[in-house]
Structures are given as C-alpha cells and as structure tokens.
Write a protein that binds this ligand. Structure first.
Ligand code: TYD
Ligand code: MG
Length: 459
C-alpha cells in the first residue's frame, strides 16, 4: 500500500492546500486549515478509512484512446417523466451526478421519490435521507401510492457508511437528501459546513464515476437563491437543476442551469397535486390560462427556454410616480435591461416614462433571461401607459438594440409555429426573422425592422 498523503482543507471556503499555513491562501481566513489524510494506492472501494480510494481506481485506467472507451449499452436511463427526462437532456446519464436545488417545501423530496419509483421496476435504487426518518419517507411514498415494496431507503448521514452501503448494494440510482446533512467522519468540522459539503460531494462524484451509478443530490437554497454551501459544488457535479415556483402557485418549473449532457435553461413544468408532482404537457396553455382578454399592460411573448418555445404573458403597470425617484420593479425579468429599454423607448420612439413608476411581471412565475423578450416588455409598458389593450390574438418576439433597431432572435420559425399552435393570428417579429418564412395558414406575420416600425404596425 502506498504511503498516506495529507492535505489541508480550509473550513471556511473549502479550498485545499498541500501544506499547512496559518492563513488560507484562497479566502484569507486565519487558523481554518485542518489536516485530511488521503489514502492512495489500490485500497478497497468500501470502508471508512479509504476515503479517497476512488482516485486510485480512476487513475489506474491510464491513457486511453477514446474509441476504445466502453460505451454503456444503453446510454441513458429513461425515467419516464418526460418533462424531467427532457431537462436532463434526454434521460439520466449513467454515472452522472445531478444537484437539485430549491426552496424548502417546493417538492424536491417528492420529485426524487417519484423518480426512484419510476426506475425501481427495472433498476436497483437507493434513497438516502438525512433529513427525515424512514417512517416519514414511507408515509409520503404511501400517500403517493408508489410501489413501496421496491423502494429502498437508508437513514444515514455519514458519507463513509453511505458509500459502504451503496458499494454493497450497487444501485443504478443513488439519491442523497440532502447533501447539507451529510458529513465525513474524517473531518472535524460540523455537518453542513463548507468543507463537509465539499468533501461529501467529492466522494459521491468519485463513487458515481467509478461505479456508473447515477447520483441525485438535494441541495438547500439560501435566501438569495443560491445553493447553500460552497459554490464549488456546482463545479463538481455534471448537472445543476433548480426548482422554481411562484409563491402560492402550484406550478413548479425545473430549470437546468448547468448540464454536461444537454441544453442549459431547459425547462420542465410540473404541477404539485394531491398525488405528488404531475407533468404539464402543454405549458404554454398553462402560462396563458389566467390571461384576461383586452387588458391594458399585457403582451404575449413567444420565448424559448432551452430547446422548446413557450408562450408567456408579460405584464406591465405604468403609473404616475408620487414623488422623487420613479420606481422600477421587475419580477421574472432583468430590471437593468428594463431601464435600458425604457431609455430606448424615449430616445427612439419619443415616449418618456421618467415621471412614471414601472412595474413588470412575468405571469406564472417564470424567469425570462433571453433578449427576445425586449419587444414584449416595451409593448406591455406602452399599452399600460396609454391604457390601450393590445390585440387579443397578437404574440410577439424580438430583441431591441440601443439604436432602436429590432434585431432577429434564434429559432424564429419555431416560435411562429408555437404561437400559431396556441391560436394566435398575428405575430409581430423582427424583419430579419420573417425573411424566407412562410406564414402558417390563417396567421399574419407583421414584420418590423425597428421599434418605431413595430409601433406603426400596431396603430
Ligand atoms: P417536499 O418534497 O417535502 O419538499 P422539499 O423536499 O423540497 O422540501 O414537498 C413538500 C410540499 O409538497 C408540502 O408543502 C406538501 C406538498 N405536497 C403535495 O402538495 N402533494 C403531495 O402529494 C406531496 C407528497 C407533497
Ligand atoms: Mg425534502
């Protein structure tokens, strides 16, 4: 057996250093470095002491030619929940590690229990819970009417014992709920501390890569909406999913913010019901369901999140500012971008809102990050300002540049199809997107090259 090596981990930021020093070279904290012994060489994969046994296995492969790397006969596990399979990029990749973050009570444990039940018929799965008792998990499974006889649950928080158990039962899917409750016996810091979370995650990643077991990690989210614990967690795993929802809404959106095996920003839409999470197969219809006809300040946007177009309602409320600085409040859209767009509206269409409060919202709790929403934002603002509803059958998309030009956005044809599919008869779009495009039957394409032209089209 090779001789044991030491590493020094900072208890604050989780950085590791080969030598001890009084101050962490990463974050500058004093007296936070603690020694961690690493076992090297061919040690058995299981067991408390051989924490880094995985490294030896991975290194043993040496240099390989990529054409000789063995391919799993079936590249991905199909979970069978098509919304989740799509967010993952077409199913769960063997040996992948997926971190799923979200507010407490949003449905992370429920979702993963359902995932396990969906796979349990054909694969061995293990649900490790450090938050709830086995009784509570069983109770939830019964409530969801899942086949409890094929569901294995382990109540454990020691990473060494979890890996020992997993190495023995060789699951194809391992669920850890949650990573913040897991601790390593080899580290002295408290569970949930940066070094513990980082270390537990590293061991699970190694386990996944060595055994081809797919791992799901539940991660808590802080008030600011970031994953609690070190940011490095996001770098270590293959896929990061966020569970989002509007306060009080029963709809849940799962978004891939990082995915080594698929498109980022891919969305999966679910509804929380008495029977757990149910997929929403036509999310556009859902996002538009609450829309009222002929209301000023509402504009339907054809957005594209991930690989699928979606129709959502962008809402604006423009009201005389009472005193001093006018307010700019945005939910679901970047507020900085709205400031910029209001400046373009003033400069290139001559419409000033500097004495008005502007509130923006994306109905349904969706967050829009693409610039194709620019035109919808300004049309909603204008509609509210003039108290004039936009046509009921109008959907729009397009980016607005600082020169007031309406710029093309990717996948115009797909967006037009999606809007027409939802029954919209008029689609206002950038001129460059319209070029070469055939309008679907019964649909009028209104093309504009600038913001001014777009406004003229609607007058
Ligand atoms: P949970 O999965 O425990 O959330 P997390 O693990 O993200 O903290 O979900 C708990 C919430 O979901 C709780 O408010 C009740 C609700 N819920 C339902 O509405 N229906 C159900 O069938 C289940 C199991 C939970
Ligand atoms: Mg939970």
């Amino acid at each position: 057996m090779a001789k044991a090596k030491s590493q020094y981990l900072c208890g604050d930021c989780g950085a590791s250093q080969p030598k001890w020093s009084g101050q962490c070279s990463e974050c500058g904290a004093w007296n936070t470095l603690t020694e961690v012994r690493l076992a090297t060489g061919p040690v058995a994969a299981a067991g408390g002491a051989s924490r880094y046994a995985g490294m030896a296995g991975a290194a043993a492969c040496g240099v390989v030619r990529l054409d000789q790397v063995r391919q799993h006969r079936q590249a991905r596990l199909q979970i069978g929940m098509s919304e989740l399979d799509r967010v993952l990029g077409g199913g769960l990749v063997h040996g992948s590690v997926t971190l799923i973050g979200g507010d407490p009570g949003i449905g992370k444990s429920t979702l993963l229990l359902q995932v396990m039940a969906a796979l349990a018929a054909s694969e061995t799965c293990l649900y490790v819970t450090g938050e709830e008792s086995a009784e509570q998990v069983a109770m939830r499974a019964r409530r969801l009417q899942l086949p409890t006889a094929s569901l294995n649950c382990l109540t454990e928080t020691s990473i060494e014992r979890i890996i020992e158990q997993a190495a023995a039962s060789k699951p194809a899917l391992l669920i850890i709920d949650s990573i913040q409750t897991i601790y390593s016996e080899a580290l002295q810091s408290a569970p949930g501390s940066v070094s513990q979370v980082r270390d537990a995650c590293a061991q699970l990643v190694r386990f996944a890569k060595q055994t081809d077991c797919a791992v799901f990690l539940v991660g808590h989210v802080t008030k600011e909406g970031h994953l609690a614990g070190p940011r490095v967690l996001e770098h270590m795993v293959d896929t990061v999913l966020y569970f989002e929802s509007d306060a009080g809404s029963r709809f849940r959106v799962i978004r891939a913010v990082k995915n080594r095996f698929g498109a980022v920003n891919e969305l999966g839409v679910f509804a929380m019901t008495d029977g757990g999470l149910r997929e929403v197969s036509n999310p556009s219809a859902m996002f538009l369901a609450e829309r009222q006809a002929a209301v000023a300040g509402s504009c339907v946007l054809v957005t594209r999140e991930g690989t699928r177009p979606l129709l959502v309602e962008v809402q604006a409320l423009v009201d005389t500012a009472s005193a001093g600085h006018p307010r700019r409040v945005a939910v679901g859209i970047d507020a900085q971008r709205i400031n910029m767009l209001l400046a373009v509206l003033h400069r290139h269409a001559g419409i000033a809102v500097h004495d008005q409060d502007v509130y923006m919202n994306v109905a349904g709790g969706l967050r829009i990050s693409e610039t194709a929403s620019d035109l919808a934002v300004l049309l909603a603002v204008l509609s509210s300002l003039r108290n004039r509803p936009l046509p009921d059958d109008l959907a729009v998309f397009g980016e607005i540049g600082l020169a007031g030009e309406l710029r093309p956005v990717p996948n115009g044809e797909e967006r037009v199809k999606a809007a027409s599919g939802q029954g919209f008869k008029r689609i206002l779009l950038p001129h460059a997107n319209q070029r070469g495009l055939k309008a679907p039957a019964g649909v009028r394409l209104l093309a504009a090259a600038s913001l001014q032209q777009a406004l003229d089209q609607l007058d």
